[in-house]
Design a protein around this ligand. Structure first.
Ligand SMILES: NC(=O)c1ccc[n+]([C@@H]2O[C@H](COP(=O)([O-])OP(=O)(O)OC[C@H]3O[C@@H](n4cnc5c(N)ncnc54)[C@H](O)[C@@H]3O)[C@@H](O)[C@H]2O)c1
Length: 458
């Protein structure tokens, strides 16, 4: 019962007793529900069976590595659904020492001997040293994926994720397919750029208004191959003739297909370009046909001046209106325009940490500018900070799929973010690699139409 505020005469100063509101028993407001979804408490109070964290092994977590230490490691932990218990490092280095120290792991759980490490994980899981089956997360250069996936599965691991492209060769698709088929192991591919409100919205928009859609065009433009470069990440990428196609066309093609809501069935009019300084492809363009008869295109270039990590997908409507998501411009924005020139954002330009020499030149101190960029930068240079959020949601999606695969009792209570289907090897993984090979084949044959089915059966 509430009383009016009263005053008591006491010795000393007058004390005013303020009315205290009883706790409201009203259900949570809409606003507080939204806030809860954003916190680390993903499961609702009714869920009494919140699963333990999924024990994970990251393969390719060495100092100087790109995707493992910057995107996978931090965001697996941020999701609060994974526990990094093991790590696989590069042979013939002493990275295992540094990685064990940084992850506060026992040295025996960090090794470059992947066969021994995977066996150890499976034995620990069988001995119930960890409460859920382990998941292996592959973050190594692409040409190593197929053998490492195979090794993990043959060692008894049943849940794997790999960065994209899952594999680079058609023969590797068949090898991985086979080993997954024989064992029932699950393999997810981390196409992170799908995990964004605007991208999801575009997909829903296309599904709702298919008649309004004239085309879906995606692209991924970078500029780091304009000049000859040699560093860890560059060297293994440029060692493959299909360099840009494997590295970034796969992202653009996946995004276009995702927004279209249908698989890519064929590629036509493809062109590929060899870099100015070596014999690998640093650019490619092709028209796509999706399974729902919508058409579009995907292009890529790693020699496009002024583009750091510029991935986009643009939906053009029959009246000429364009709806675009473009990560480099702003990952949380939808860009709307009637202009056919999708490069023309406005009179303003954006400068990205680490990508532009502006900061060093204007400050007159390159060392300090670099130091500050490193100190305040979570992502690799040129990668906008909002990029991490995409990974965070992706890993929640994978955690949800893992829970469903093991039929854990938390399934009826899975938070919304964990209900987003993650890309699997069989759909997104196979499609991306087949698409790359279809581009090359179409380009070799004067742009002729090449179906993904024929590439896969060759
Ligand atoms: N999704 C994305 O946005 C995105 C971005 C960048 C890279 N990638 C993909 O991630 C993968 C890795 O690319 P990266 O740029 O991080 O490569 P990287 O060269 O920076 O790192 C590879 C890591 O693997 C380790 N390694 C090398 N050989 C190994 C071996 N035999 N066993 C264990 N570890 C080994 C290295 O020490 C290093 O830590 C590639 O498939 C790439 O296409 C995806």
């Amino acid at each position: 019962m509430c009383r009016e505020p009263r005053t008591y005469l006491a010795r000393g100063p007058r004390v005013r007793v303020l009315r205290v509101k009883p706790f409201s028993r009203k259900p949570d407001s809409h606003k507080s529900k939204i806030v809860k979804e954003k916190l680390m408490l993903h499961f609702p109070p009714e869920c009494t069976v919140i699963p333990p964290r999924i024990p994970a092994c990251i393969v390719g977590l060495g100092p100087g590595g790109f995707i493992g230490p910057t995107a996978h490691g931090p965001n697996l932990l941020a999701s609060n659904m994974f526990d990094i218990r093991w790590a696989g490092t590069e042979p013939n280095t002493d990275f295992h020492v540094n990685v064990a120290k940084n992850l506060r792991l026992p040295q025996e759980n960090v090794s470059s001997d992947l066969a021994a490490l995977f066996r150890r994980m499976v034995l620990q899981s069988q001995a119930k040293d960890v409460s859920l089956p382990p998941i292996v997360d592959i973050c190594t250069p692409t040409h190593l994926h197929a053998a490492q996936i195979k090794l993990a599965v043959e060692s008894g691991v049943r849940h794997i994720m790999t960065d994209k492209p899952a594999v680079g060769e058609i023969a590797e698709i068949h090898q991985v397919r086979e080993v997954l088929k024989q064992t029932g192991a699950k393999l997810w591919v981390t196409f992170n750029h799908r995990y964004n409100f605007v991208v999801a919205w575009l997909r829903a928009y296309v599904a709702k208004h298919p008649k309004r859609i004239a085309s879906i065009d995606a692209g991924f433009l970078q500029d780091w191959l304009i000049k000859e470069v040699h560093f860890r990440q560059a060297d293994w990428r440029t060692a493959h003739k299909y360099c840009a196609l494997l590295d970034i066309l796969t992202h653009a093609a996946d995004l276009a297909s995702y927004v279209a809501g249908a698989p890519i069935t064929s590629v036509e009019g493809a062109r590929v370009e060899a870099s100015r300084w070596a014999e690998f492809f640093d650019a490619g363009y092709g028209r796509l046909m999706f399974g729902n008869n919508i058409g579009g295109s995907a292009q890529c270039s790693q020699s496009s001046k002024g583009h750091a990590d510029d991935i986009y997908v643009c939906v053009t409507e029959t009246d000429g209106r364009r709806l675009m998501w473009r990560m480099e411009w702003n990952p949380d924005a939808l860009f709307v325009s009637q202009t056919p020139d999708i490069e023309n954002r406005s009179m303003f330009s954006q400068r990205l940490r680490g990508h532009s020499s502006f900061f060093a030149e204007a400050l007159g101190d390159e060392k300090l500018a670099t130091e500050l960029a490193q100190q305040y930068g979570k992502n690799p240079p040129g990668h906008i900070q909002g990029w991490v959020t995409l990974w965070y949601f992706l890993f929640l999606g994978i955690a949800g799929a893992y829970c469903r695969d093991l039929q854990l009792p938390c399934i009826p209570f899975l938070p919304k973010a964990m209900q987003i289907e993650p890309p699997t090897f069989e759909d997104a993984g196979v499609q991306a690699t087949a698409c790359v090979h279809a581009y090359a084949k179409s380009a070799e044959n004067g742009g002729k139409r090449v179906t993904l089915a024929e590439v896969l059966s060759a």
